[in-house]
Ligand binder design. Structure first.
Ligand code: GAL
Length: 687
């Protein structure tokens, strides 16, 4: 059973889509900030939203100052008028808890609620998210506001979903105030029970860092040089928990009055400071904000695809919402290029292809003032007469045509392991090289996507029984239990692919004794003696044992000794020449592959493609790598998404899908075609 299947039967049985209170069909809309506009504009907005096919908007996200203009004085009437106006047009709301930006009066009255930097400087008001996640004043004031909103609007038929806070921790995720320091020590006491155990875990014998009692312990402050790695790791764990507690606390405040309220929060793509595996357990629906740089369309779509697979996987395969993206351009990169015509549609449909049942934007109407006035919107400054609004309306029609897809599931036989703690530990400093986990994971997810193979993402330690192939890129931190699970997976017949710089440390960032890959030497039939990073721009060569030309490889050359494993490829250069670069080993009923380097992308795609084919895992149709191919199924139907994420034409051979009907334009597909840049098809057929 896969993680996905494990989780579907909640309550009344099979999950078929969003809860009944949600708009029928794919959710479409964006953040709506009416507090920035006079009432006559609200009416135009509602008209234009209806014209665009919008069926849900998120309201009130940054409206605390308007909702509680003075301490304890609430003004909710205007929001009531907004919600009524929208509902009259059939537009539902995802009601925000409005806690993302505390009003100025609050921060002045409770200065201790402002976060403190590592240098000990207190952040001031003037932007947003200026609160310490552990501030009781912030949490209590937020809960009071939420109770007001829940009491007033909780039973309004327009309120389909609650939007808890906004991108919690996105700007402020490491507070060093006194409250956080005290909470950190409490957190450590719970984790380690005694100072002696803390000293053991943190390895404080190194550099004379022993603590005598709890009163001496602090969060990592300013230091002369490299700090204690486990102190840093625990502080990251603690801050992730503190930010999660903001979420949990707000959900609790909503459910005091509305026990059945449906809640979500918007995750920041793949956000390092917060362990979303843990966070989204508390939400009914996973939702993400995703802003890949559109300049390189393929890189953007790869980045987004990994996030979509991740957010689908957070809730065991249930539909997620793409809560924020931009129609055209953001305002926060040094250079903010426009999405090309058709690119926003292709990226949006890409989210639906991978299990999204909601496509939304930041924001509905472009702001006139403030820090984001140059940020794209569904309704830009130019008004409804231009390309942007035309594309918005077209997307609305497309999503209408895809209503039947709602609730359809993805079945994956392949999983990629992705862990937050692993990232925190891997990216701590003082390694052979500064490592970028996100980049490494992407470089292993990308070829799977280019082979058009459905892929789930799983946390370390997740049950793997439903998968045939599991890929573990740079799984640096590995517990004994996780190692045992991976070994059992291979013994039972699974194929495990693991890369360089894996299975090195335990949960305290201490190096496992007895060689690497720790506890898995027997599984991989090899051992790593030394780690050699390759500086950017440097490469080695990889010569396949089966014949063929050498290809480039990057990132790492590890010195590997085979201990029963077979070298499928060897290095060609430097003193590594002739040493194993890829090792395969049969273990029990399965196979384990170890990559001591990062091969050239085309080689990796071919290699993984063959490995998958050997296991009978095949793409639904044959298509160029730039084309997104994804299958979603319900009990009755199958839906095949074929989306060209590149800006030039790509080839597709439809095979057994030839002649199937395209839900987007009603046509039937031929046997093969050249699909223009950014063009998409969604084919449907009965199961
Ligand atoms: C998100 C945020 C939005 C808006 C957007 C701009 O991170 O949630 O409120 O700021 O970025 O790209």
């Amino acid at each position: 059973m896969t993680l996905a299947e494990n989780d579907i039967s909640e309550g009344s049985g099979q999950w078929t889509g969003f809860p009944a209170a949600m708009p029928a069909g794919i959710v479409y809309g964006g953040d709506y900030n009416p507090e920035q506009w006079p009432e006559e504009i609200w009416r135009q907005d509602a008209e234009l939203m209806a014209e665009a096919g919008v069926n849900m908007v998120c309201v009130g996200i940054f409206a605390w100052g308007r909702l509680e203009p003075q301490p304890g004085v609430y003004d909710l009437d205007w929001l009531g008028r907004v919600i009524d106006l929208l509902w009259a047009k059939g537009i539902a709301v995802c009601l925000a808890t409005a806690t993302a930006s505390p009003p100025v009066w609050f921060s002045r009255r409770f200065p201790q609620s402002l976060p403190v930097t590592r240098e000990g400087l207190r952040i001031d008001v003037g932007s947003r998210q200026h609160y310490c996640p552990n501030s009781a004043d912030y949490r209590e004031a937020g809960a009071r506001l939420i109770r007001q909103l829940a009491g007033r609007f909780g039973s309004h038929p327009a309120v389909a979903l609650w939007h808890v806070n906004n991108e919690i921790g996105c700007h402020s995720n490491r507070c060093h105030c006194g409250k956080c320091a005290a909470e950190f020590v409490r957190w450590l006491e719970q984790r380690y029970a005694s100072v002696a155990e803390l000293n053991r875990a943190w390895g404080t014998a190194f550099w004379s860092q022993q603590y005598g009692d709890w009163s001496e312990v602090r969060p990592p402050g300013l230091m002369t040089t490299i700090g204690n790695p486990c102190q840093e790791l625990d502080y990251q764990r603690f801050m992730s928990d503190s930010l999660r507690d903001v979420l949990v606390h707000e959900i609790g405040a909503i459910r005091e009055l509305l026990p059945d309220a449906r809640v979500t929060t918007n995750g920041v793509s793949w956000f390092k400071p917060a362990d979303y595996w843990e966070w989204f357990r508390h939400c009914d629906i996973a939702a993400l904000d995703c802003y890949p740089d559109p300049q390189d369309p393929l890189a953007a779509s790869h980045e987004a695809a990994l996030c979509h697979d991740l957010y689908r996987s957070f809730k065991g395969g249930r539909p997620f919402i793409l809560m924020e993206q931009v129609t055209t351009q953001v305002n926060w990169r040094p250079v903010n290029v426009l999405k090309k015509p058709g690119q926003m549609r292709a990226l949006s449909l890409g989210a639906v292809a991978r299990g999204g049942d909601g496509v939304m934007f930041f924001q509905w109407r472009a702001s006139r003032a403030g820090a984001e006035k140059f940020h794209g919107a569904m309704l830009p400054h130019f008004g409804p007469g231009g390309r942007v609004f035309r594309e918005v309306k077209e997307l609305g029609r497309d999503l209408q045509a895809l209503r039947a897809v709602c609730g359809a599931r993805t079945t994956a036989k392949v999983a990629v392991i992705l862990g937050w703690e692993n990232r925190w530990a891997l990216e701590l400093d003082s390694k052979p090289v500064a490592l970028d986990y996100e980049r490494i994971v992407r470089s292993w997810h990308r070829p799977l996507r280019e082979c058009h193979i459905a892929t789930d993402i799983v946390p370390p330690g997740a049950p793997l029984d439903g998968y045939e192939v599991v890929v573990a890129p740079a799984l640096y931190q590995l517990s004994a239990a996780q190692a045992a699970d991976l070994a059992a997976f291979v013994r039972r017949g699974g194929t495990l692919v693991m890369t360089y710089f894996s299975a090195i440390t335990d949960e305290c960032d201490r190096i496992w004794p007895d060689g690497q890959p720790a506890m898995l030497r027997e599984v991989f039939g090899m051992a790593v003696e030394e780690w050699q990073p390759l500086p950017a721009g440097h490469s080695n060569g990889l010569l396949p044992a089966a014949g063929g030309d050498a290809v480039d490889c990057h990132e790492f050359c590890e010195i590997v000794h085979c201990e029963g494993g077979e070298a499928l490829a060897t290095f060609t250069q430097d003193f590594f020449a002739g040493m194993p670069a890829i090792v395969k080993h049969r273990h029990g009923e399965g196979s384990a592959y170890y990559f001591a380097t990062q091969p050239d992308a085309d080689f990796l795609r071919d290699f993984l493609g063959k490995l998958l084919a050997e296991r009978g895992i095949a793409a639904p149709v044959a298509a160029d790598p730039a084309i997104d191919v994804a299958l979603r199924t319900t009990a009755e139907q199958e839906f095949l998404f074929v989306i060209n994420q590149g800006d030039s034409p790509g080839q597709v051979r439809y095979g057994e899908w030839s002649g199937a009907a395209d839900l987007l334009d009603g046509s039937r597909v031929a046997e093969s075609e050249s699909l223009p840049g950014f063009a998409a098809r969604v084919l449907a057929r009965p199961r």
